[in-house]
Design a protein around this ligand. Structure first.
Ligand code: SAH
Length: 354
């Protein structure tokens, strides 16, 4: 295992930093360019085959190890959804999901190992935050999953809160967008946040046309505070103002995510309050039936309540879809696979598949 803390992420180092390193080592300047292109594509130093072997091994000992490997892969025959459990160089594990849509695959990436946001319904946060992922490790997830099969869209909706790991997430987005690397158009990227309003405003000014998804899950602050501790810091008026700033700055609509929890947030009255909260905004509401997690006593809303809730929103002129609950069969909800593997581990038995 590598101790990455003392090492430099080549993606974060950038072309200039790598240029300086190559100069210090007496290497020709074009090596930095070769090296940076590899790093942008998630290639680890020992596989940078156009570099001389001695340089490869020196880089291996110097640069942060962003290697990501797939230790488990679960697929659900029904919806074609695949869940990956990734292992990082220090043994931390994060999750990813591949969702199949008619217009191509979408890959869901993690930005942190664990999470410190404390949402009541979410498995990722049960053990708190382990650590932030580097930009290179976010690229690494795409690299390893794309080796299985290419993906068209990227969503930052795996474990962690991307805006709580702001600098690495921004580095990642700019690196993923770089034509020398993966060349991913930012319109194909969505970033989901629990609602860190100040970071949303900062993100609005970055000049990236990323789709912002905001996890709302409640139409009023008292219920939202029960479900999501972040609501104590950023009450709804503040959160909604930051979303409006995002729409204004980027010209993009905001997606509000709403996990439907039986008897908690799914009444017609909740729908009406949600409608008055978002009405008139350039936005869309995604209703997602809760994926129940064994650690919490919360159940998904029955189909009939979801349908009624949706009709109520439509009647109020809100653009809304019910997201097909992808990945329930593969523990697709945030943090579920990692959690179940960690629980298994405690009682003795992780077997890497394949
Ligand atoms: N930190 C980001 C990404 C989290 S995961 C955020 O909060 O948005 C992506 C989405 O899945 C979020 O909307 C999150 O609230 C939701 N989610 C988490 N656990 C869930 C569960 N058990 N069932 C349904 N949705 C869940």
């Amino acid at each position: 295992m590598t101790n990455n803390a003392a090492r430099v992420d080549p993606v974060a180092f950038g072309l200039d930093g790598l240029g300086g390193l190559m100069a210090d080592w007496g290497e020709p300047a074009y090596r930095a360019d070769q090296l940076y292109r590899y790093a942008l594509k998630g290639v680890p130093p020992d596989r940078m085959m156009t570099l001389p072997p001695a340089l490869r091994s020196r880089l291996n000992e110097t640069l942060a190890d962003n290697r990501v490997i797939i230790v488990r892969e679960l697929s659900d025959g029904q919806d074609g959804c695949v869940k990956y459990l990734y292992q990082l160089s220090d043994g931390q594990r994060v999750e990813g999901v591949r969702m199949r849509y008619h217009h191509g695959d979408t890959l869901c990436l993690s930005t942190q190992a664990g999470c410190r946001m404390g949402c009541r319904f979410c498995a990722s946060t049960l053990d708190g935050l382990a650590r932030n992922l580097t930009a290179g490790e976010m690229i690494g997830q795409i690299a390893v999953a794309s080796a299985r099969s290419p993906a068209r869209n990227i969503v930052l909706m795996g474990s962690g809160e991307a805006l709580d790991n702001y600098d690495n997430t921004l580095l990642f987005l700019r690196a993923a967008n770089d034509p020398r690397g993966l060349d991913i158009g930012m319109r194909r990227v969505s970033l989901s946040t629990c609602g860190m309003a100040d970071a949303i405003e900062r993100f609005a000014g970055e000049g990236l046309p990323v789709t912002l998804c905001v996890s709302l899950h409640a139409p009023d602050d008292s219920l939202r505070r029960e479900l999501m501790p972040i609501a104590q810091k950023y009450p709804l008026p503040r959160l909604i103002a930051s979303c409006k700033a995002y729409i204004r700055e980027t010209g993009r609509r905001v997606i509000f995510e709403y996990a439907m929890i039986d008897g908690v947030n799914d009444s017609p009255e909740h729908a009406r309050r949600l409608a008055s909260l978002v009405r008139g905004m350039q936005s869309h509401v995604n209703l997602i039936p809760l994926n129940p997690i064994p650690e919490r006593d919360l159940r998904p809303s029955p189909d009939a309540s979801v349908a009624k809730f949706q009709r109520e929103l439509e009647a109020a002129g809100v653009s809304v879809t019910r997201r097909r609950s992808l990945g329930g069969g593969v523990q697709g909800a945030c943090g579920q696979l990692r959690q179940s593997v960690m629980n298994n581990n405690r009682s003795g038995g992780l077997r890497p598949l394949d």
